[in-house]
Design a protein around this ligand. Structure first.
Ligand SMILES: Cc1cc2nc3c(=O)[nH]c(=O)nc-3n(C[C@H](O)[C@H](O)[C@H](O)COP(=O)(O)OP(=O)(O)OC[C@H]3O[C@@H](n4cnc5c(N)ncnc54)[C@H](O)[C@@H]3O)c2cc1C
Length: 617
């Protein structure tokens, strides 16, 4: 393996799926046909496709980018062949419910597979990724004809899907969308302009279904006046066959900082009389409907984040093992001293451990959200089912925002580990930094996510969702407190939790005093503080499991873990035991070297300082 090769993080994914969140115990009746062997086989096959087919496209597609010619987008070389392989392998419909013709995999498994593909080539997976989100929307909201006729085309990968919200004047302010819709017989006609539409046009499929927000003439202003439409690139006959091209045209693509293999398109809609469309749901329900798609897409951005962060970390790890530079610090005056790999320098170890612990925590949260989504379905209609939805509501902005911010940071640390070689195009580090920046921008910027957290998620249902989430976190923190070995980590985590509690109270106080600007100025700080505690809890849960598993392995091998000599020679031979120990190290690092920032965050939130509000530019 070279330092430019993509590494599928199968060990950590398997640990998270089978030992941490235990998907094999999910009660959803539709999963009874699956077993561990099948899950492992799916992961192995996904890793194969990721490493052999998708990873080789990553750097090449980045350099080449997409081409826009004669109103059509052409994807980089190799994308078409890879897409064919992807759909022929049946990967497209994997997470769609079996009753709708999909593979029906548990959500955490589907997220794990998406992670592998994204880590290998984040640009490529943007095309099929959005299609799955559109297919899921149709399964729950499409008319019987739409479900019967259009869904199979999306599941098979024959057609693709997009999400069209953004317009030049309507980015974060979705309510300012100006694209119009008017009724025409049994369908609607759409006119307007959309920008920044991922996969808005490409050459991978024969048709593209645009899910689009637009406004009817008699609709009220703002988000309440929006309706959601399905606008096909090529109109579709009653029997599902393709009719004439629809009045929706790609008028250009953006030249971007990263994700260059993914087309980001400007769409002109209705220049020749109106693009034909179907309504999704009822008139005026656009934002409500779009939210369900966006929530799924936000978890998807969290997955993108740790997928790219993991790829960056593994590249840096591999480089750090090979790159020889300098001597041990204790021998720096000895010109004859042995030259060592940089992984032995404490500062490089610090950066690597930072990256690894962050990636593990983000992955654990992403997969846990997949599990909560499945448990919500399994217990639908009961208070238990509602509780899982409460967790999802509060933790989705954390998964999206905390992960995307930290992904950019991890990618930047990974680049730092490469030194000057990280900054040049020969190694993948700089691409990971460029690719990952947009994760904090699209699907609602992280600033908007933070406002959603403090303005809606924390107070909704009289604070029930937030309190349920705090109870979930507390139960893990209490479990950590029961283990003497983790006493100092428990103390650090409990302190961080208390800081979160007091900062949340302060924010609620600002809300009740109607000091909304003051609260908004600290929204990101609060999101980060909550995220820090959530991620520490993820690592704590994993460390407790790893500790027991390690003890069991040692007992089976007759090893006394307290005897450092026999322990270290055993560990040298035993990769799985080393892996479990890495989980204990991740928790220790995170609690002692990262969580202390919660003290600063709480201080900033609780401070009487109003510089942000008072300042002028
Ligand atoms: C590569 C790429 C792919 C994309 N794909 C899609 C897609 O497929 N479909 C789609 O519809 N859109 C897509 N987008 C658009 C993306 O969702 C928007 O760029 C994003 O929502 C931000 O909107 P904006 O760019 O207009 O920034 P603005 O809304 O102008 O925001 C600029 C800054 O101001 C802040 N800000 C704005 N309003 C507020 C507020 N009320 N309170 C606090 N801060 C605020 C923002 O957080 C941000 O920091 C894509 C964008 C990119 C770059």
């Amino acid at each position: 393996m070279s330092t430019t090769d993509f590494v599928s993080p199968i060990w950590d994914i398997s640990f998270s799926l089978f030992e941490h969140i235990r998907i094999q115990d999910l009660p959803n009746t539709e999963y009874t046909d699956f077993d561990m062997e099948m899950y492992k086989m799916v992961l192995a096959e996904a890793a194969k496709l990721a490493e052999e087919t998708l990873a080789p496209l990553n750097a090449a597609g980045d350099r080449e980018g997409c081409h826009w010619k004669d109103g059509r987008v052409h994807t980089p070389k190799g994308y078409k062949q890879a897409y064919k392989k992807y759909v022929e392998g049946g990967w497209q419909g994997l997470s769609i419910e079996a009753e709708h013709g999909g593979g029906g995999l548990p959500k955490p498994m589907a997220l794990a597979v998406v992670e592998l593909f994204t880590g290998a080539c984040a640009s490529f997976i943007m095309y099929p990724g959005l299609t799955v989100a559109v297919a899921n929307l149709i399964t729950s909201m499409g008319s019987p004809w739409v479900r019967a006729t259009l869904l199979p085309k999306l599941i098979s990968g024959q057609w693709a899907g997009t999400m069209c919200l953004t317009e030049p004047q309507a980015g974060s302010a979705v309510g300012d969308v100006r694209t119009t819709a008017r009724r025409k017989g049994d369908h609607y006609l759409i006119e307007g302009n959309k920008i920044f539409i991922s996969s808005g046009d490409h050459d991978l499929t024969e048709n593209i279904l645009h899910v689009m927000l637009a406004r009817l003439p008699d609709a009220p202003p703002g988000i309440k006046g929006l309706s959601l439409f399905l606008v096909p690139k090529v109109w579709i006959n009653e029997d599902g066959s393709l009719a004439e091209p629809n009045d929706v045209h790609c008028t250009g693509i953006e030249h971007k900082m990263g994700l260059n293999g993914s087309s980001t398109c400007t769409l002109s809609i209705g220049d020749n009389g109106g693009a034909k469309a179907w309504l999704i749901g009822n008139e005026g329900e656009g934002i409500l409907r779009m939210f369900s798609l966006m929530n799924e897409a936000r978890i998807g951005v969290g997955v993108q984040s740790y997928a790219v962060a993991s790829a960056a970390y593994h590249a840096a790890l591999s480089y750090a093992r090979e790159r020889i530079q300098g001597t041990r610090i204790s021998e720096f005056k000895n010109a004859e001293a042995e030259r060592i790999p940089i992984i032995e320098h404490p500062d490089v170890k610090r950066m690597l451990l930072h990256c690894r612990s962050q990636v593990s925590a983000m992955r654990a949260l992403g997969l846990s959200l997949g599990k909560f989504a499945d448990l919500h379905v399994a217990h639908q209609g009961s208070p238990e089912g509602q509780r899982y939805m409460d967790y999802l509501e509060v933790l989705t902005p954390i998964c999206k925002s905390w992960s995307s911010d930290q992904c950019f940071e991890v990618a930047s640390w990974a680049l730092q580990i490469f030194g000057g070689y990280g900054y040049i195009g020969e190694y993948p580090a700089e691409q990971y930094v460029r690719d990952s920046k947009v994760f904090s921008i699209y699907e609602g910027t992280n600033g908007i996510q933070a406002l959603d957290l403090i303005g809606r998620k924390m107070s909704q249902h009289g604070g029930r969702s937030f309190m349920a989430t705090m109870e979930l976190l507390n139960s893990s923190i209490n479990k950590l407190g029961e283990v003497e070995e983790f006493a100092s980590e428990h103390k650090a985590l409990a302190q961080a939790r208390d800081r979160l509690g007091s900062a949340a109270m302060k924010m609620m106080g600002l809300g009740m005093a109607k000091k909304v600007d003051a609260a908004a100025a600290h929204a990101c700080n609060l999101l980060n503080l909550l995220g820090d505690v959530v991620m520490a809890v993820m690592l704590a849960d994993q460390a407790l499991i790893a500790r027991d598993a390690l003890a069991q392995l040692a007992a089976q091998a007759g090893i006394d873990l307290g005897d450092s000599e026999s322990r270290s020679s055993w560990l040298e031979e035993h990769g799985k035991a080393r892996f479990y120990i890495s989980k204990l190290d991740d928790l220790r690092y995170f609690c002692h070297q990262f969580l202390p920032r919660t003290a600063a965050l709480e201080m900033m939130i609780s401070s009487a300082d109003s510089s942000v509000l008072d300042c002028s530019f």
